[in-house]
Write a protein that binds this ligand. Structure first.
Ligand code: ATP
Ligand code: MG
Length: 354
C-alpha cells in the first residue's frame, strides 16, 4: 500500500488525506501544530517544524511520495526531501510562486499576460512605480502574503506612499498596475507524471477584504475567455514540468483582456466546489496525479456556488445543514476566529443539461 507525506496540516491537507484514504492510500502529515485539521483524518502526524531536518528525514522514510498543501514550504526542505523521494509538485513550482516578482516574470515569459509591475526596494522605486501607473495600483510584499495580507492599495489620491513604504519594514515588494476588472476567475488544472493534462471548468470568484467569499460555476464569461484561461493553465503546467493540481487566478478586465494574477502550486480554495459538482474532486485528482494513477476528465454535472465559512459565518451552519442541495464541509478547527476559514458549503443550483 502506498503512503503519501503531506507538508502542512491545514484544511487543504485534511481534504487531500480524505481523498487519499478513499483510494486506500495512507497519509503522514508534517505540521508543528498539534491536533491540526489534517492530522485528525490522517494515519500519522509528525509534530515538527517544516524545516526540522530529522523530521524531514523521518517523513521521507515513512512515505513513497511527498506533496504539500501550502506554497511556503522552505526551499531547503523541498531540496532535502527531493533527494530521498519524489516530491510533487516539483520544487521549481515553489521557488517560482513564493516570490511575486519571480512569479509574474515567469508567467510573462510563458506567454501569459499579467498586470504591469515594478520591483519596489526603495522609496524612490515606489515613487517611480506610482508615476508609471498613474498613481493607481497595489503594492504587495513579494513573499509570504495570503488572503490580501501585506498589501497596500493606491487609489490615485489620498494615499501616503511614505507611510506605506515604512510599513514594509524593509521587506522587498512589488507594485502592480491596478486592474479594473469585470470579474475574477480561476482555473484548477492537473498534470500527470506522463504529461496528461485535465482542467476543471473555470470558477467565478468574489473576494471581500482580500478573502475569497464565493466561487460560482459556471463563470459568467464567454467560451473564448474560458478557453483562453484553460490554455494559460496548460502553458503554466508544461512550463513548470508540473505534476499535481494547480490553481491559476485571473482577472477578466473591463476592456476584455484576460490577465493572470497569481498561481498556487496546490489544490485551491476556488476548486472546493468540485467535490460536490464534478465526477472527481480536485483533491482526488491531485492524489491520482502524484501517485501516477490515471487522471479523470473532471466532467461537471451541476451548476453550483461554493460559500466559504469564515469566522462568525459558523453561526449559520445549523441553517446550512438543513438546506436542501447544500453540501457542508467543516475543517475541525477548535477555535472560531475573525477571518479564519472554518469550512465551506457548496450549494447545487441545478443539473447541467444533456
Ligand atoms: P489569496 O491568498 O487570497 O489568493 P493574496 O494575498 O495572494 O490572496 P492576491 O490574490 O494577489 O493576494 O490579491 C487578493 C485580491 O486583491 C485579488 O483576488 C483581487 O480581488 C485584488 N487584487 C489584487 N491585485 C490586484 C490588482 N493588480 N488590481 C486589482 N485588484 C487586485
Ligand atoms: Mg490570490
Amino acid at each position: 500500500m502506498k503512503t503519501i507525506g503531506i507538508i502542512g496540516g491545514g484544511q487543504l491537507g485534511r481534504m487531500l488525506a480524505m481523498a487519499a484514504a478513499r483510494l486506500s492510500i495512507r497519509t503522514v502529515i508534517l505540521e508543528p501544530q498539534a491536533d491540526c485539521p489534517a492530522a485528525q483524518v490522517a494515519g500519522r502526524h509528525i509534530v515538527a517544524a517544516y524545516d526540522d531536518e530529522a523530521a524531514l528525514a523521518e517523513l521521507a522514510r515513512a512515505c513513497d511520495t511527498i506533496t504539500y498543501e501550502f506554497e511556503n514550504v522552505p526551499e531547503k526542505s523541498a531540496a532535502l526531501l527531493s533527494a530521498e523521494r519524489p516530491v510533487y509538485p516539483p520544487a521549481r513550482a515553489l521557488s517560482v510562486s513564493q516570490d511575486r516578482l519571480t512569479e509574474k516574470t515567469f508567467l510573462n515569459d510563458s506567454g501569459i499576460a499579467t498586470a504591469g509591475f515594478r520591483a519596489v526596494d526603495t522609496a524612490d522605486d515606489l515613487a517611480g512605480a506610482l508615476e508609471t501607473f498613474g498613481g493607481r495600483g497595489v503594492m504587495k510584499t513579494r513573499r509570504l502574503g495570503y488572503d490580501g495580507k501585506g498589501q497596500w492599495v493606491f487609489a490615485g489620491t489620498g494615499n501616503d506612499p511614505e507611510a506605506a513604504f515604512a510599513a514594509l519594514a524593509g521587506a522587498p515588494a512589488i507594485f502592480e498596475e491596478w486592474i479594473d476588472f469585470d470579474r475574477e476567475i480561476s482555473v484548477i488544472a492537473a498534470r500527470g507524471i506522463d504529461g496528461t493534462i485535465v482542467c476543471f471548468d473555470p470558477a467565478e470568484n468574489v473576494h471581500s477584504d482580500g478573502i475569497l467569499r464565493t466561487s460560482s460555476v459556471p463563470a459568467n464569461v464567454s467560451a473564448g475567455i474560458s478557453e483562453a484561461a484553460r490554455e494559460a493553465a496548460e502553458r503554466l503546467l508544461i512550463g513548470l514540468d508540473y505534476v499535481g493540481v494547480l490553481g491559476l487566478e485571473l482577472f477578466v478586465a473591463r476592456d476584455g483582456r484576460l490577465i493572470a494574477n497569481e498561481f498556487a502550486p496546490r489544490v485551491h480554495n476556488s476548486g472546493h466546489w468540485s467535490e460536490a459538482a464534478c465526477v472527481i474532486s480536485q483533491f482526488e485528482q491531485h492524489i491520482r496525479a502524484i501517485c501516477g494513477l490515471p487522471l479523470i476528465d473532471p466532467v461537471r454535472h451541476s451548476d453550483c456556488v461554493m460559500h466559504n465559512i469564515i469566522g462568525d459565518d459558523m453561526e449559520r451552519i445549523p441553517a446550512w445543514m438543513a438546506t436542501p442541495g447544500a453540501l457542508v464541509h467543516l475543517y475541525g478547527k477548535a477555535e472560531t476566529r475573525a477571518g479564519r476559514k472554518m469550512g465551506h458549503v457548496t450549494v447545487i443550483e441545478k443539473r447541467c443539461d444533456g
